[in-house]
Design a protein around this ligand. Structure first.
Ligand SMILES: Nc1nc2c(ncn2[C@@H]2O[C@H](COP(=O)(O)OP(=O)(O)OP(=O)(O)O)[C@@H](O)[C@H]2O)c(=O)[nH]1
Length: 586
């Protein structure tokens, strides 16, 4: 397969290969999640894909248009059951400092080449892979994906539907493999394996221009080997190939083969536009490219960038396939599992339910909707029977066909029933599967007679029963979610209590240490005081001594004075004065 074919596919928005429905009035809703380590080129890729700067880089702030869906700090949760808490605003600029994970959503509307409106939701996962224990990231993303399935399931089974209900299921996860050049790492394998149950995964190598041709080839091969070796369930482009006609859909088959071989996509992305002039024609055109000192790297050049092909796959040729697979395979599998769990019944047991015993049916249905009630109903194989009763004949057939379908369809509600039950769910196109319709038609003829007898066994009318089931399923799901949340809150509480206890113990220890120090200091202070008082007492005695010494010295001085005076007298007039005085006294 040469590149000219793939490019044709990539650019041909109006090509017959594009098999998604184009509703001129309604925008087609499509949700893309991007995940991968910091700096793998996710934001640049999305901005490039949508041709506008809507995704911030880690070094930029959170733009107003971006909504934080969840933000979980590693420190606030108790693994393995972490919480999804709509906490404070996430700040992308501190994401690398904050161990934890956030899910942010950016909505944007774009027009494709045929002027069909696409309403795209881009969910980013900043913080992914940056924690010491990345179990937290898997759990948070998995929880989010599951919750969106639960919302649809609850809505589907409701009698009165919310006309404003928005289907928020994620249709594709672009997993950006860290460009190490050495294949998948443990983190990649674990993450993809875990999330593949809930979302179509397309592995992507970002910053492909940082590899030489040989390096990129080796890297891609290594990734393919790892995908096979570790059984990583990535999206298969040849999923629908069996349904194609070898002659009529030749191009389509070739494209699928080409894409299967090309995966994982190695993309070069850039947010910058450059004007270049064609040397041959002299015409100038604007291209998106990366500028290096040695020249420009055109991101749309298929020789070294799979960007145009991946863009075409996502927004064109495989958009509807991704939506169909999400609903028909991933969601249906989840629904079967979920309802089996809710009713406490295994898949096999549900499959085997072909006999209807309505003896104590009325009794059961008279009861208030409850978990046991639903369990009882489904145990008797009633749910699928009841649903069939309320539909027309064709739908009954479809429902029965679903059971024999090779794909893991829901055993309780058929696809058409789901559609009928949820006519208000936005973007109804996602609820139609060409593949299932085909398998349904082929299997229908042989099963008509079986269905007739199947119908006869049931009792009618069962509207009341249907109402009860419709009320019970959302109730059970809501109930389970409340329990889950409660459990998580309890875990958080316990973790906080443990943390508090640890801190209290630490504080107590510090207090004890401080007390001990205080005691020592007090003792020292006492000793110092004593020493000082002793010194003071010594010092107070000394001045007295000095006084006496001074007094002594004064006396001595006086004596010497007297002596000199006497001597003076001996020498001069003073003697006569003394003699005169003595005479006077006599
Ligand atoms: N060489 C090369 N660099 C790229 C490519 N795509 C993005 N980059 C650069 O890689 C760096 C990280 O790109 P981002 O798009 O911000 O990566 P991110 O995965 O979104 O990571 P954060 O923004 O940190 O969350 C930026 O400097 C980009 O310019 C590419 O195709 N080739």
């Amino acid at each position: 397969m040469n590149y000219s074919f793939s490019l044709q596919g990539a650019n041909a928005g109006g090509s017959p290969m594009i098999n998604y429905r184009k509703d001129a009035k309604k925008a087609i809703k499509f949700t893309i999640m991007v995940s991968g380590e910091l700096g793998t080129g996710k934001s640049t890729f999305v901005n490039c894909l949508l041709d506008r700067n809507i995704m911030p880089h880690a070094y930029e702030g959170t733009p107003v248009a971006q909504k934080t869906l969840t933000f979980t700090l590693a420190a606030t949760v108790a693994l393995p059951n972490t919480s999804v808490l709509p906490l404070s605003q996430f700040d992308a600029s501190t994401a690398n400092e904050e161990p934890g994970i956030a899910l942010t959503e950016t909505s944007v509307e774009v027009l494709d080449e045929d002027s069909v409106r696409l309403h795209l939701n881009i969910i980013d996962t900043p913080g992914f892979g940056d924690n010491l224990n990345n179990e937290l990231c898997f759990v948070e993303i998995e929880n989010y994906l599951k919750q969106q399935f639960d919302l649809v399931l609850a809505e589907e089974t409701r009698i009165r539907r919310n006309p404003r209900f928005v289907d928020t299921r994620v249709h594709v996860l672009l997993y950006f493999i860290t460009p190490t050049g050495h294949g998948l790492r443990e983190l990649d394998v674990l993450c993809m394996k875990r999330l593949a149950k809930y979302v179509n995964i397309i592995p992507v190598i970002g910053r492909a221009d940082t590899f030489t041709e040989a390096e990129l080839k080796h890297f891609k091969n290594q990734i393919k080997i790892d995908i096979e070796r570790f059984n990583v369930p990535v999206f298969q482009f040849d999923n629908f190939m069996d349904e194609y006609d070898a002659d009529e859909d030749y191009d389509l088959i070739q494209e699928c083969k080409f894409l299967t071989k090309l995966q994982p996509f190695a993309v070069v992305a850039s947010e910058q536009n450059f004007e270049i002039r064609d040397i041959n024609t002299g015409e100038s055109k604007t291209i998106k490219a990366r500028q290096y000192p040695w020249g420009l790297v055109d991101i749309n050049n298929p020789k070294y960038s799979d960007f145009p092909i991946l863009k075409s796959v996502l927004l064109g040729s495989h958009l509807q396939d991704l939506k169909d697979l999400t609903h028909d395979f991933l969601y249906e599998t989840y629904r079967t599992e979920r309802l089996s769990k809710v009713t406490g019944k295994s898949d096999d047991a549900l499959e085997d339910d072909s006999q209807y015993e309505g003896s104590d049916n009325q009794q059961i249905l008279a009861a208030v909707p409850s978990l046991s009630n639903l369990a009882q109903l489904t145990k008797n194989g009633e749910v699928s029977m009841l649903m069939n009763e309320t539909q027309d004949e064709t739908q009954v057939d479809e429902s029965f066909v679903v059971k024999s379908s090779p794909k893991p369809k829901s055993m309780l509600f058929s696809e058409e029933e789901s559609q009928k039950l949820s006519p208000q769910i936005n973007d109804s196109a996602s609820f139609v599967s060409s593949s299932s319709a085909q398998s349904g038609t082929s299997a229908r003829t042989g099963l008509d007679s079986t269905n007739q007898s199947f119908k006869r066994m049931s009792i009618a009318p069962q509207r009341h029963q249907l109402r009860q089931i419709s009320e019970t399923v959302p109730y059970v799901i809501r109930h389970e979610r409340i329990l889950e949340r409660q459990q998580k809150l309890e875990e958080i509480e316990m973790a906080s209590a443990r943390e508090l206890a640890n801190r209290a113990a630490l504080l107590e220890q510090k207090a004890a240490e401080l007390k001990a120090k205080e005691k020592i200091l007090l003792q020292r202070l006492e000793a110092a005081k004593k020493a000082e008082s002793q010194r003071n007492s010594v010092e107070t005695k000394r001045p007295e001594d000095d006084q006496s010494v001074l007094e002594l010295k004064d006396n001595e001085k006086e004596d010497s004075q007297n002596y000199t005076e006497i001597h003076d007298d001996e020498d001069g007039d003073d003697v006569t004065e003394v003699e005169e005085e003595i005479h006077e006294q006599h």
